[in-house]
Design a protein around this ligand. Structure first.
Ligand code: HEC
Length: 399
C-alpha cells in the first residue's frame, strides 16, 4: 500500500513540478526574447518615458508592449510579478527529491560500491551541498567578482564541476546528477528570491513614491541583471539534468561527472549563440563549435566493439539455467509483475524479467544497464559480481 500511494504522490508532484517549470522557464525565455526585440518607439511614446516598443500577434489578437526606461509616471492599478513560477518549481522539486530520492528506493541515491552511506547521512550530504553552494554563490555575487562577468561565469562553472565530481564520489550516478540539478535550481531560485525580486521592489517603491530611482536602486538593478543572466545560461543545463534520469548511458558512466560538465558547457555555450543573436550579433561559429564538441562527445562515449565470439570461447559456457538463476537472484525482486521489493508496486520501467524470453525482449537495455554499466541491479543490494555481468553479456551475445 505504501509503495502504491507513493507512486501517486510522486506522479502528482512531478506533474505539478513540470507544469511550474514550464511556466517559469517559458516566462523567462519570453522576457529575454521580448527585451531583445524591443525597437525604438515613436516620439510620442518616448515623451512618456517609453524606451522600447514591440508589437506581436498571438491567439487572434494584436498586442502592444512598451518598456519604460525607469517607470511609468503613476503606479498602474495592477502590476503582475513573476515569482511564483520560480518558487513553486523549486518547492515542488524539493518535494520530489524527498519522495523519490530520500524516502523512495535507497538505490536511487546510495551506491554501496562508492560509499556505504546511511539514509540520514546521504540526505545530510545532499541538503548540505545545496545549502553550501547557495551560500558560496551569494557570497561571490556580493564580492568584487560580480564586476567581472566573464570571470564570475568561469568560477561558477568550476564550482559546479567540482560539485558534480564530489557528489559522484559518494552518490549513485543518478543521485549525483539530480543533486547537481537541485544545486543549480537552488541557485536560480535564490537569484529570484534574494536578488531579482528585492531589486524590483526597490524600483517599484521609488516609482510609487514618485521619486527618480537613485544609485542604490540602479546598483541593485545591475546585480539583478547579472543574476538573471546566470539563470538564463543555467536553464539548458538544468533541463538536461532533469531529463537525464532516463539515460543511464550518461549518469552510470564511470566518468559521469565529466560528461555532465561537458554537456553543461555545450548547452550553456549554445545558449550564448541565441543570446547574442537576440542582440543582432550573429556568430554561427558558436553553434558549429557546440556541434563539433557534441560529435566529439558522442565519439568518446561510444561503447567498445564487442569481442568476436571465438575470442571468448575459452570462457566457461553460460547456460540458460545459469541466467535464470542470475535473474532470480538479482532482478526478480523488482522486475516481476508483482515485485516483492517493498519500494515497488509494479515492475520498474515497465520491465518484468521473470523469464528469459522477456529478458531477450529488453536485451539492449539490459546490456546497457547491467553489463556495460553498474546501474542495475539498482543499488546492487544482492551484490551482483563483475563475473556475473560478463556471463550475462556473453549469454546475450550468443542469443
Ligand atoms: C531494487 C530494485 C531493482 C533491482 C533488483 C533491479 N532493478 Fe532494474 N530497474 C529498477 C528501477 C527502479 C528502474 C527504473 C530506473 C529508471 O527510472 O531509470 C529499473 C530499470 C531497469 C531497466 C531499464 C533501464 C532503462 O534504460 O530504461 C532495465 C533494462 C533493468 N532495470 C534491468 C535490470 C536487471 C537486468 C536487473 C538484474 C540484474 C535489475 N534491473 C535489477 C529497479 C531494480
Amino acid at each position: 500500500m505504501e509503495a502504491y500511494l507513493s507512486e501517486w504522490l510522486s506522479l502528482i508532484i512531478r506533474w505539478f513540478h513540470v507544469i511550474a517549470g514550464v511556466a517559469w522557464i517559458g516566462a523567462s525565455f519570453y522576457f529575454v526574447w521580448l527585451d531583445n526585440h524591443l525597437r525604438e518607439p515613436p516620439d510620442w511614446k518616448k515623451q512618456k518615458g517609453i524606451k522600447g516598443d514591440l508589437w506581436a500577434i498571438h491567439g487572434g489578437g494584436f498586442y502592444e508592449v512598451a518598456k519604460y526606461r525607469l517607470g511609468p509616471e503613476q503606479m498602474p492599478r495592477e502590476l503582475h510579478w513573476f515569482k511564483w513560477e520560480a518558487y513553486s518549481t523549486w518547492l515542488s522539486g524539493m518535494a520530489l527529491l524527498f519522495v523519490v530520492y530520500y524516502m523512495g528506493s535507497p538505490g536511487y541515491l546510495i551506491d554501496p560500491s562508492k560509499a556505504q552511506l546511511s539514509g540520514g547521512a546521504a540526505i545530510a550530504i545532499g541538503l548540505g551541498t545545496l545549502l553550501a553552494v547557495m551560500v558560496i554563490y551569494e557570497a561571490l555575487i556580493r564580492s568584487p567578482l560580480a564586476d567581472n562577468g566573464k570571470a564570475f561565469g568561469l568560477v561558477l562553472f568550476a564550482i559546479l564541476v567540482l560539485v558534480s565530481w564530489g557528489l559522484f564520489q559518494v552518490f549513485s550516478g543518478r543521485g549525483a546528477y539530480i543533486h547537481v540539478g537541485a544545486v543549480i535550481g537552488t541557485i536560480m531560485v535564490a537569484n529570484v528570491f534574494l536578488g531579482i525580486i528585492p531589486a524590483q521592489r526597490a524600483l517599484v517603491g521609488a516609482v510609487a513614491r514618485g521619486e527618480e530611482p537613485g544609485e542604490r536602486v540602479a546598483h541593485l538593478a545591475a546585480l539583478a541583471k547579472l543574476r538573471s543572466t546566470h539563470n538564463n545560461y543555467l536553464t539548458l543545463p538544468v533541463i538536461f539534468i532533469m531529463i537525464s534520469n532516463h539515460y543511464p548511458l550518461f549518469y552510470s558512466h564511470p566518468h559521469g561527472w565529466a560528461i555532465l560538465a561537458a554537456i553543461g558547457f555545450i548547452t550553456a555555450y549554445a545558449r550564448h549563440y541565441f543570446n547574442l543573436r537576440h542582440q543582432d550579433i550573429n556568430k554561427p561559429s558558436i553553434l558549429v563549435i557546440a556541434g563539433v564538441l557534441t560529435i566529439a562527445l558522442i565519439w568518446a562515449l561510444a561503447p567498445a566493439p564487442r569481442p568476436a565470439p571465438q575470442q571468448t570461447s575459452n570462457q566457461p559456457a553460460v547456460t540458460d539455467a545459469d541466467i535464470q538463476t542470475l535473474m532470480d537472484t538479482h532482478c526478480i525482486a523488482c522486475h516481476a509483475p508483482e515485485p516483492s521489493h517493498p519500494a515497488f508496486q509494479a515492475p520498474p520501467a515497465g520491465i518484468a524479467l521473470q523469464d528469459l524470453s522477456l529478458l531477450l525482449q529488453h536485451r539492449d537495455k539490459v546490456r546497457q544497464s547491467a553489463v556495460n554499466s553498474h546501474y542495475m541491479p539498482l543499488g546492487n543490494p544482492t551484490g551482483m559480481t563483475e563475473d556475473e555481468r560478463q556471463a550475462l553479456g556473453r549469454w546475450l551475445d550468443e542469443q
